[in-house]
Design a protein around this ligand. Structure first.
Ligand code: KG4
Ligand code: ZN
Length: 345
């Protein structure tokens, strides 16, 4: 089955074709980062309009890259939510209309299920049950994955998502958007001994997170060390970036260790934009190695938003013949735990 995947939940337009026999045939990604740069964050209306501009040419491009015609597609999968409603509606409308015109099924995919399953794109042997750490710009969640589609929430952020905290800290440090990669790069020049940021909620039981206090700690540290009226000292920026990243990574590692102990599971899957963070990958792998826990994450290009994960998650669900409707639906909010399992149990 050849599935066209469309991702338009935020500021990336992602399109891909996944073949259940041959794997990923083609994928294209267009990032709107420069479009939103002047505003310091994603402007929803601009995002929607840009998806309208980019989507059709990108679909033509992936078809050409895969050397396929539209008639050779068997299904369309698009991101139904969660995300920016207007942006989602672009992908949902186009996906449904295209499928209707071609007489093939279309399926709305959960964006976070796309992230969660992205590591399976490269590693077909990776199978539930496992624990998933979902760390993106909108979510920080620990999920027990019993089967594909059968998820139990173990813990989540009570305020900011980890990626959002990276973005806000980067803004304070005038490092631009998206903040995760910028902080990681600045941190390479940081002095690890200069600042130590707190590890929020690690001294109490449970698997919930809180990152908004770290943001305030970051702001106060900058205010206490910057020289009034002068631009930020690059060494201060690097040192704060290091301490901030260190605290987020450490917090995520501590909670993941706890989740593995609580569940007794032997595999940890990390997914979402923040799972691209090298320091997080390295430290998580080192800690879990000592506990005989396998750590898996997507290849770098499939950590952040992309069409391949939607084509793949859609293909898995479409193979199990999900009920079809013709209605175009987009959901700004949509709990992952409300999905239907693919297999009984
Ligand atoms: O998964 P994603 O592309 O979009 C959402 O579904 O939210 O994640 C984007 C988030 C942004 O907050 C970005 O700053 C963060 O992922 N991110 C990173 C890195 N690359 C992206 N955070 C830390 N380190 C990175 N290398
Ligand atoms: Zn995402």
């Amino acid at each position: 089955m050849r599935v066209l995947g469309i991702e338009t939940s935020c500021d990336e337009t992602g399109v891909a074709i996944y073949d259940t026999e041959r794997g990923l045939l083609a994928h294209q990604l267009y990032s709107q980062i420069s479009l939103h740069a002047d505003y310091g964050g994603v402007v929803p209306e601009l995002a929607s309009r840009d998806h309208v501009r980019k989507l059709l040419p990108m679909i033509e491009q992936v078809l050409a890259d895969a050397e396929l015609t539209k008639a050779q597609l068997d299904a369309v999968a698009y991101t139904e939510g969660p995300g920016l409603l207007g942006a989602l509606l672009v992908g949902a409308s186009l996906g449904r209309a295209l499928a209707y015109a071609l007489g093939i099924p279309a399926l709305g995919v959960h964006h976070m299920e796309g992230h969660l399953l992205a590591p399976l794109l490269d590693d077909p042997d990776l199978k539930p049950p496992f624990v998933a750490l979902l760390v993106s710009g909108g979510h920080t969640q620990l999920m027990a994955v019993h089967a594909i589609g059968h998820y139990t929430l173990l813990g989540e952020s009570l305020d900011d998502a980890a990626g959002e905290a990276f973005d806000k800290a980067a803004k304070m440090l005038a490092l631009g958007y998206p903040g995760g990669p910028a902080i990681a790069q600045a941190a390479e020049q940081g002095d690890p001994s200069r600042f130590r940021f707190p590890r929020p909620m690690t001294d109490r039981p449970g698997l919930d997170f809180s990152f908004s206090g770290l943001k305030t700690f970051c702001l106060n540290t900058i205010a206490a060390h910057r020289r009034a009226g002068e631009p930020l000292d690059p060494q201060l920026v690097a040192d704060v970036a290091w301490a901030f990243q260190d605290a987020v990574v450490d917090t995520l590692v501590i909670k993941c260790k706890r989740a593995m102990v609580n569940t007794g599971l032997r595999t940890l899957v990390m997914a979402g934009g923040v799972s691209a963070n090298r320091e997080l990958r390295a430290r998580m792998a080192a800690v879990m190695r000592g506990r005989q826990v396998k750590v898996a994450y997507p290849s770098l290009s499939f950590c952040t938003d992309n069409g391949a994960m939607i084509a793949f998650a859609g293909a898995l669900r479409l193979q199990h013949a999900e009920p079809q409707t013709l209605s175009i639906q987009a959901r700004a909010r949509w709990p992952l735990t409300s999905l239907l399992p693919l297999e009984p149990g």
